[in-house]
Ligand binder design. Sequence first.
Ligand code: ATP
Ligand code: MG
Length: 233
Amino acid sequence: MIPQTEATTEEREPTDAESLLAVENLSKSFGTQLLWRNVSFTLNEGESLSICGASGSGKSTLLLAIGGLEMVQSGTVIFNGRPVVGGRQAFIEGIGYVFQHYHLIEELTVRENLLLPFSIRFGGRQMPDILDEVLDLLGLKELLDRLPTTLSGGEQQRAALARAVLAKPKLLLADEPTGSLDEATGTRVMELLLRVCQRFCMSLILVTHSAMFAAQTDRRMLLKDGFLREQTA
Ligand SMILES: Nc1ncnc2c1ncn2[C@@H]1O[C@H](COP(=O)(O)OP(=O)(O)OP(=O)(O)O)[C@@H](O)[C@H]1O
Ligand SMILES: [Mg+2]
């Protein structure tokens, strides 16, 4: 793979005083396949943004690149005034992730999975103050002692969402977080997601195939033919 674009960890002033995130001219290829080019946008604190696009258009790869988990050929991502250069640093500084394929840790129980990112971010034995509410809303209380491999796809997805939300990131990157859920559960989970983001002033980038869910975010973008464009209608 072509090496990641040059980036430094030195402190920088935010380019825009209000922007939590600034994505600047990001381009990505796999081999000779150009996936997207010159992707640029900013996101303010507490703002929600959805990204739609056909399967294979590069939405998941873009989300991974924003979170510092995927190398890019050129461009930078500035989060909280600093370049994002690696997944762990981005997580500690407040970027949370709901992966399309969950990525729960198989050896840990649901409870341990849920609490791990929170304890890494905040340390000690402290419990997240929204634990009970999130467990109730996502229907996870009965599943806490189970291992992820014994859960259905939808149950794993709800656990992955709870895990990300409980760590109270400043920016949540959610890749089709309701993709494995039935319509009613998906709607409830989306309501919860938007409510939690609002309550804790989390910014959200939501990748979704659902026009209905996209309509609930503050801004909408479409990834098509290698370009990311804001939808004004
Ligand atoms: N590591 C990789 N190596 C080579 N090609 C890859 C790699 N990861 C993704 N791709 C390709 O890049 C393209 C975009 O993949 P990506 O997963 O970002 O699409 P997507 O928009 O999230 O699709 P979906 O809606 O199906 O989840 C696809 O053609 C995929 O095959
Ligand atoms: Mg995807």
